[in-house]
Design a protein around this ligand. Structure first.
Ligand code: FES
Ligand SMILES: [Fe+2]
Length: 345
């Protein structure tokens, strides 16, 4: 699956971008991230135009980057304001600058034609904001696999029953049919699975304090290509939200993943889990962080193995898809359409 260009991607958590350079490759583009003295995030191509020295290995002079090799000096828009040994600055002395936006505790970067950045809306994950009323545990894992495998993985949660048995998986997840809906105008795939009277996995029993069977809803909203949201509701069996939308007995987990290709064969897995229950309980926070990290690492290990398998396999292996793959297949189709549209632009 080709990387979809002309799109916004999560490059980092907001607190990773500081006055010290962060070098990160996003969609095959080596980029240096930093903040101006006023705190605005900046993203520039991480290669000096002179002899390619990485700007991330250079130094800041106020808001400018002074190349660590021969001193070419770059402004925050990528233009060059100084070259050594001559007054005339060559017209082509500039590095690409990428549109960046700080939103919902992420630094988003636009990959593709910068002129299109404003037309593309950045999807929201408001619960990640500190004042949202949610408590968030989060992290990021690099995976040595093509990004489409992480999309497949997240769009089909039936694997929870097997890969994550004992954590978030119970038999009902794989047994319960799901519904899939595609919004091609907004580039969103929705996948829902509502399990009524389900076994409560240990992960939720511990954190919600519910003892007995639960109604467990998983509503996925995949904003292709980068942002994946899983709205998860856990309530005692038979307890429904009120007609006005309030849901005092429901426990809500907003699970956010940002799926950011690093290269064609590697992906950054930004994960965050935000809850609106047991908010003052630090033990639950630590439990959530540890458990979710374990679950994420189970996926990371599986995808690393899969990429190695695909890498070595002879041409022509035919996958077999079944019902549970509906969401994943819809996402693949959408990504293909989007990458073709970007390629044609
Ligand atoms: S490589 Fe940057 S100034 Fe020469
Ligand atoms: Fe998983």
């Amino acid at each position: 699956m080709p990387i979809v260009r002309d799109q916004w991607y999560v490059a980092a958590y907001a607190d990773e971008v500081t006055r010290t350079f962060l070098a990160r490759t996003i969609c095959n583009e080596p980029i240096v991230f930093y903040r101006t003295q006023e705190g605005a995030p900046v993203a520039l191509a991480d290669r000096c135009v002179h002899r390619r020295f990485p700007l991330s290995e250079s130094r800041l002079d106020g808001d400018k980057i002074v190349c660590g090799y021969h001193g070419f000096t770059y402004e925050t828009d990528g233009s060059c304001s100084f070259v050594p040994g001559q007054d005339r600055i060559p017209r082509t002395a500039r590095v690409a600058s990428f549109p960046v936006v700080e939103q919902d505790s992420f630094i988003w970067v636009f990959i593709g034609d910068p002129a299109l950045a404003e037309q593309r809306e950045i999807p929201r994950a408001p619960w990640l904001n500190k004042d949202s009323g949610y408590i968030t545990s989060c992290g990021m894992e690099p995976i040595r696999s093509r990004y489409s495998m992480l999309v497949d993985n997240l769009l089909d949660l039936s694997h929870e029953t097997y890969l994550h048995a004992g954590y978030i998986g119970t038999p009902e997840v794989a047994q319960t049919p799901m519904t899939t809906r595609v919004d091609d105008d907004a580039n969103i795939v929705y996948v829902s699975r509502h399990m009524d009277g389900a076994e409560c996995p240990p992960f939720y029993a511990r954190s919600t304090g519910i003892d007995g069977l639960i109604d467990r809803w998983q509503d996925i909203e995949y904003h292709a290509p980068c942002l994946y949201l899983l709205h998860s509701r856990v309530a005692p069996e038979g307890v429904k939200p009120n007609d006005d939308g309030t849901d005092p007995q429901g426990n809500h987990l907003e699970v956010t993943y940002a799926i950011t290709p690093e290269t064609d064969n590697s992906v950054f897995d930004f994960w965050a889990i935000s809850r609106d229950f047991a908010k003052d309980d630090d033990e639950v926070t630590e439990f959530m962080r540890k458990n979710n990290h374990t679950v994420v690492m189970q996926d990371v290990d599986a995808l690393n193995i899969l990429e190695a398998v695909i890498d070595k396999e002879p041409e022509g292996f035919q996958e077999l898809s079944i019902k549970i793959d509906e969401g994943g297949l819809a996402a693949r189709k959408m990504l293909k359409r989007m990458s073709e549209a970007a390629g044609a632009a």
